[in-house]
Design a protein. Structure first.
Length: 201
């Protein structure tokens, strides 16, 4: 009974989300430290190369390495678009922004993509939106404004953060939201790991 509950908990997608959130939250502080030695572009390319190598080995162990070739053969345009949006437009923007902003602020601004996803879903559905969803989005953007304009407690409303870094971080979030939509649609017809691996090549 207990073992069944443990197995159910470890297989829970919510546990996976928590672990991914923890790992993702460590990215910007660690990347800030790494930028003492490498440039943002080198860091992005290193991340892409490491992701490709790690996921390729994972697929190789599973005996599914051929799935990467299948993805390239059946829908090269989709794979190229996913790679450009994810690894270069989103990751590139957020890493360059990190060189202009504190790691904590950059991490928060680069991860407001759920707000953009919510707006995109509302726009695509074109139906009646619940009051709770509207309130949630408004609260989210209110918090975003507090982060951007509240960095200086003595003079709230003054933009003390680098505006170029802020714009790049938000652009990275927007492109990541686009990637979420594209990848969700693409994963219906193939292996998600093979798709990410192919798009990182």
């Amino acid at each position: 009974m207990a073992s069944g509950r443990i197995a159910s908990a470890t297989a829970s997608p919510y546990l996976g989300l928590v672990l991914v959130t923890i790992v993702w939250g460590c990215l910007h502080p660690l990347a800030k430290l790494a930028m003492h030695e490498v440039s943002p572009i080198q860091l992005v390319l290193g991340r892409v190369g490491f992701a490709c190598l790690t996921l390729s080995l994972f697929l190789l162990v599973q005996g599914k390495a051929g799935a990467v070739v299948d993805e390239f053969r059946t829908r090269p345009g989709t794979i190229i678009a996913l790679g450009l949006v994810s690894f270069f437009a989103s990751s590139g923007s957020s890493m360059i922004a990190l060189s202009f902003l504190p790691a904590s602020v950059s991490s928060l601004l680069s991860n407001v993509s759920p707000l953009f996803v919510a707006i995109g879903v509302i726009g695509l559905q074109r139906g009646r939106t619940s009051l709770g969803a509207i309130v949630g989005i408004c609260v989210g953007f209110l918090g975003l404004g507090l982060i951007i304009f509240g960095e200086d407690p003595a003079g709230f409303g003054n933009l003390t953060l680098n505006p170029f870094g802020v714009a790049l971080s938000l652009f990275g979030s927007l492109t990541w939201a686009i990637y979420i939509g594209l990848s969700r649609r693409a994963s219906r017809g193939g292996s998600p790991i093979a798709i990410v691996t192919a798009s990182s090549i």
